[in-house]
Design a protein around this ligand. Sequence first.
Ligand SMILES: *Cc1c(COP(=O)(O)O)cnc(C)c1O
Length: 392
Amino acid sequence: MAHPNDRDETRLIRAGQGAGPAAKTVGPAVQKGSTVLLPDAASLYADKGQLTYGRQGLSAQFALSAALAELEHATQVTLYPSGLAAVTGALLAVLKAGDEVLVTDTIYKPTRRFCDHVLKRFGVTTRYFDPRQPPEALVGEASDATRLILMESPGSLGFEMQDVARVAALARDRGILSMADNTWAAGYLCKPLDHGVDISVQALTKYVAGHSDVFMGSAAVRDARLGQALEDGIHDLGWAVAGDEAYQVLRGLRTLPTRMARQGESGLAVAAWLRDRPQVVRVLHPALPGAPGHDLWKRDYTGACGLFAFSLTPGPEAAVNAFLDELQLFGLGFSWGGFESLAIACDPQLKVRKFRPDYGGPLIRLHIGLEDPDDLIADLARGLAVYAAHQG
Ligand SMILES: *Cc1c(COP(=O)(O)O)cnc(C)c1O
């Protein structure tokens, strides 16, 4: 408190601080602060674990972490400034020079770049595996240096499913950590920690935030030592997320189940329609009966999101571009999980893969949004007609 005779310059520094308690609102308070004021001198250097600086997160970040822990059936959730930062941050927190990681060949491409560039530079070896390989063979190939197995099921281009539970169990028997990038299921349709996975990461940027306008990622764990390692990792690297953005992601979480139900249902309707088109070779959607990985999806998932792929009958790149350019309701752009439909051609991204299945023709990925599915189907029908006309 300023003294009564202090001048304006002094009084304005603390003016308004004593205003009454905040009202209780539906959403959390959004605190903004780097400095955290401590009650007395003894608290400045008190025990570890006490909140002493805003980078550790404030009210909105804590509210989001707690809500995500409920979603993921976790005891601890750490937040990162992007989905990619969640994957790289979790890896950096548990790996050391000399370690080896086994990474699915279908991993999100920027994660692969991190492994090939940064991990390599710090003396960590990455070995890519084919996710269609049986779990016994995969874990059997692990060496004494193998510290972690990173999965992503389904893969976000070819939608390959992996028996994540079996891999996690076999890895644990050998003292190897398991980690899953669970962005497709958003911690909602499948909960990796319930299947024995040690670290469940996801890009909250996608379905949880849900509006294509904010970056964030999370890592969820049950083991207290792992949780401490993740938290130390964040502090060591100096990463923080903003209170406003944590608030925004938490707001998205409230409607996640409703959006997922609608987008999953619409996605399946579009997928089933595509399956019967003459210009379509194959639909890669694990929730579609008869599609690859359907049995694993049925065992481990409670639903589907709106992201899947299909392959066209063979045609030149110009025909694929003509198909995409004909679409009016599908934006052409990367990322997914928002309320809007999107489409991309996948083939350029598949070039880095070691184990590339033959999809029978150009691979297209669709993200189905909240539009009316019949309108989306009509849009795709116009696109496929143009594709056929360009095939010659
Ligand atoms: C988008 C995505 C990421 C990265 O998330 P950002 O927030 O964009 O950094 C990681 N993994 C998967 C599977 C993704 O789709």
